[in-house]
Design a protein around this ligand. Structure first.
Ligand code: CUA
Length: 429
């Protein structure tokens, strides 16, 4: 009986261990062990120091415990007398206190160093906007600054504003590789936390204050050179550095809100595309320009026609836009750059929405294996998101917002209307 009970315990614990191991995914897209940048790297190094110190203590204490347990356990028919009972040994007590302090110092020194490192923005010439940003409209003072991004947390999505460049985007962060970037973190409602595991994290977004951090995807040219011992002329080094960024850093990264913030906290994801300087510059200019009206009409003409004889605007896209502007009330909360009447700020800016590879703040994915947008999946996701936002993201404001949500319309949008709105949104490339 006793035997089978032990067997049962062994079986149950191996099953639990197996179940835990099954959680070890080889997919590293959110792994803090596969770092792509100096901040995540500093955080990993610090983590490993504490792991080794803890492991050392664990093994030492565990070994003493096991030896004592087996050597001094009570055996069958044991008639040895109790050992002499002692109280206090100054040498051991002071020794153990000393050893604990030493171990704490070993952990504290790199901890402080990492805190300072991640807190102090590195001022480098390469990161100044003037050194790499090709777009227009920067003042001399701005050219002398690094790129600043204002990250705004909402229940449950992310706003990304680039104040120096005069643009706003949402849920998919676009950043240039190898540049130190300053982040200002704010919240519009409750506490959230910015976490991009392979690049940097986590810092809280707190209502009523602005927190700061800096991030950088990939090494700066100096760090890269020091790590790889690369040599050559300036020109050769630049080319080699650019191909390092291209091969190892340009990528699509996955982020997550890391502070419990209500119903859909677990679905408050975001993505980050790390791109070249040129790609970044052209992305900014496309966001600034925004979108044309359907059929390449000027917005003025489109609205004139729409106001006078809306029936003349035919086809799914035109009707989708009409629904977006009127019956669906989408433009009350969403902006689409270019469209002079779609200027809502309560929800995500939808400029170039169709170029994003997910919707609903990263929760509904339509990124294909090869990194392109899976257009059919995108349509299905748009449709699902508009049809039942409250199932996709329980508690969100698109469904119910004190009378302003699409779940509160007197007559809910029909499938045909949602179909047309989805087709219109797919034109926002
Ligand atoms: Cu936002 Cu959790």
């Amino acid at each position: 009986m006793k035997h089978s009970f032990r067997g049962l315990i062994a079986l149950v614990s191996s099953l639990i261990a197996l179940a835990l191991l099954a959680g070890c995914d080889t997919n590293t897209r959110m792994s803090t062990f596969d770092t792509k940048g100096p901040i995540a790297e500093a955080q990993l190094d610090l983590f490993m120091v504490t792991v080794w110190v803890s492991l050392f203590i664990f093994v030492l204490v565990g070994a003493v415990y096991i030896v004592a347990m087996f050597k001094f356990r009570e055996r069958k028919d044991d008639d040895r007398p109790l050992p002499v009972q002692g109280h206090g040994n100054p040498l051991i007590e002071i020794g153990l206190i000393g050893a604990s302090i030493l171990l704490l110092v070993i952990v504290a020194v790199p901890t402080l160093r990492a805190i300072w490192y991640t807190h102090d923005f590195p001022v480098t010439e390469e990161s100044k906007l003037g050194a790499w940003y090709q777009g227009e409209g920067l003042s001399a003072a701005e050219e002398d600054q690094p790129l600043t991004i204002r990250v705004e947390g909402y229940q449950w999505w992310w706003g990304f504003a680039y104040p120096q460049l005069g643009i706003t985007s949402a849920n998919e962060l676009i950043i240039p590789a190898g540049k130190a970037i300053r982040l200002e973190l704010r919240s519009k409602d409750v506490i959230h936390s910015f976490w991009l595991p392979r690049i940097a994290g986590k810092v809280d977004l707190i209502p009523g204050r602005s927190n700061g951090m800096w991030i950088q995807a990939g090494d700066s040219i100096e760090d890269w050179q020091a790590k790889t011992d690369a040599t050559g002329s300036d020109e050769e080094l630049r080319v080699a550095y650019a191909s390092y960024l291209q091969d190892e850093i340009h990528n699509y990264y996955y982020g997550q809100c890391a502070e419990y913030c209500g119903d859909s906290h677990a679905r408050m994801l975001f993505r980050a595309s790390v791109v070249s300087d040129d790609e970044f510059t052209s992305w900014v200019s496309e966001i600034k320009t925004g979108h044309q009206a359907p059929n390449d009409m000027a917005w003025e003409d489109w609205y004139a026609t729409n106001d006078e004889s809306p029936d003349k605007l035919t086809g799914d896209i035109n009707e989708g836009l009409q629904l977006f502007m009127s019956r669906g009330k989408c433009a009350t909360c969403h902006a689409v750059n270019g469209n002079p009447r779609a200027v809502g700020v309560a929800g995500p800016n939808l400029t170039k929405l169709a170029s994003r590879q997910s919707v609903a703040s990263g929760w509904l994915n339509h990124r294909a294996e090869d990194g392109s947008v899976d257009v059919e999946q995108q349509y299905a996701n748009f449709f699902k998101w508009i049809k039942e936002p409250n199932t996709v993201k329980p508690g969100n404001l698109m469904w119910k917002a004190n009378g302003g949500g699409i779940g509160e319309l007197d007559e809910l949008l029909t499938d045909d209307e949602i179909h047309k709105i989805s087709l219109y949104l797919q034109t926002l490339k």
